[in-house]
Design a protein around this ligand. Structure first.
Ligand SMILES: [Zn+2]
Length: 327
């Protein structure tokens, strides 16, 4: 443990998800110092949810014997549409939140500057500052999980839209006749190559008897076939599942070729649940299909790397972005 002193300054990063919230207290150099993980309670609505977040931050400070006056700032990363300038979560259906003034409530409670940002942007910024993409001029982050998140850090700043975040890589159209996506359109990348699409196809393969190991461990229940289960099935020799995953990774690489042709990044970071479970498979297939598909001038101008910060990326990145915006 670092020596404690009242002169020490700290940061707080919050990774707010649909089912859990992870509060991380970070030291001056953004090294995690204390953590608290809480389940979010969907049914309780926005006031109870905000109170729960404030209580979790306070409890993390109390456990570490840090006073609110010692906080430099707070960064909150969350999914869903945001008003970035006002620090408002416009909608988070999983939590029953609508027009939730997260920044104001946290600033009132802790008396320090607070930023609210997209969770994937925070993760990519974390990798840019402290992880797999440090010193890159243009970083593209691609995080395949249930959906496929994307973000871009360009010359040290997060690329954003007028009011909210941008880089919805998961909603790049890849097939006009493809499956229906959660956004209402057909054939988006995440509808074709996200974890839900892969798991649904894997469940069908198990049902047909083509993935015996998967059938034995998880059956054909879609909700049981998560990233770790898919990885274990490949490890145990289910060739049909391995093919589904390689096809999905290749499609992600194919779609990302368009992003590389637009932005000419020098680093592409792969992260998220599926990549954490199968890092070599994703790195290999995305890299190969990308290089085959991009314009010749860009072919050797970038590297594909795997994210390094794991579960800490969003909290660390959000806190570091709070520092960036304070300057
Ligand atoms: Zn979509």
């Amino acid at each position: 443990m670092p020596k404690r002193s009242n002169d020490n300054k700290y940061w707080v990063g919050v990774d707010l998800g649909g089912t859990k919230m992870l509060v991380t207290l970070l030291d001056q150099s953004f090294r995690p110092y204390a953590r608290k993980r809480k389940k979010t309670q969907a049914q309780s609505g926005k006031d109870a949810g905000l109170t729960r977040m404030i209580d979790s931050i306070q409890a993390t400070l109390d456990d570490a014997d840090v006073a609110p006056e010692q906080l430099n700032g707070i960064g909150v990363g969350c999914p869903g549409p945001l008003d970035l300038d006002a620090g408002i979560v416009l909608e988070m259906p999983n939590l029953g939140w609508k027009n939730t003034p997260v920044r104001k409530r946290l600033e009132d409670a802790f008396g320090c500057p607070t930023v609210v940002m997209n969770d994937v942007d925070a993760g990519v910024y974390g990798e840019y500052r402290f992880g797999a993409a440090s010193d890159a001029r243009c970083v593209i982050g691609v995080f395949p999980g249930t959906g496929i998140g994307g973000g871009c850090v360009y010359e040290g700043s997060i690329l954003r839209g007028k009011n909210g975040s941008c880089m919805e890589i998961g909603h790049i159209p890849v097939d006009p006749q493809g499956s229906l996506c959660g956004c209402g359109q057909r054939g988006c990348l995440e509808a074709m190559a996200g974890r839900l699409a892969i798991s649904a196809a894997a469940a069908a393969a198990a049902y047909r008897g083509e993935a015996p190991n998967l059938l034995a461990t998880a059956g054909t229940d879609l909700s049981q076939i998560k990233s770790g289960v898919l990885a274990a099935s490949v490890e145990a020799g289910d060739k049909a599942v391995e093919k589904l995953l390689r096809d999905a990774a290749r499609l992600i690489g194919w779609a990302c070729a368009g992003v590389v042709n637009l932005l000419a990044p020098d680093r592409l970071v792969l992260g998220g649940g599926l990549v954490e479970a199968l890092p070599d498979l994703f790195q290999e297939e995305v890299d190969r299909s990308l290089r085959k598909r991009v314009m010749p001038a860009y072919r050797d101008a970038f590297t594909v790397v795997t994210a390094k910060l794991g579960d800490d990326a969003t909290a660390v990145g959000a806190a570091a972005w709070a520092e960036h915006t304070r300057q």
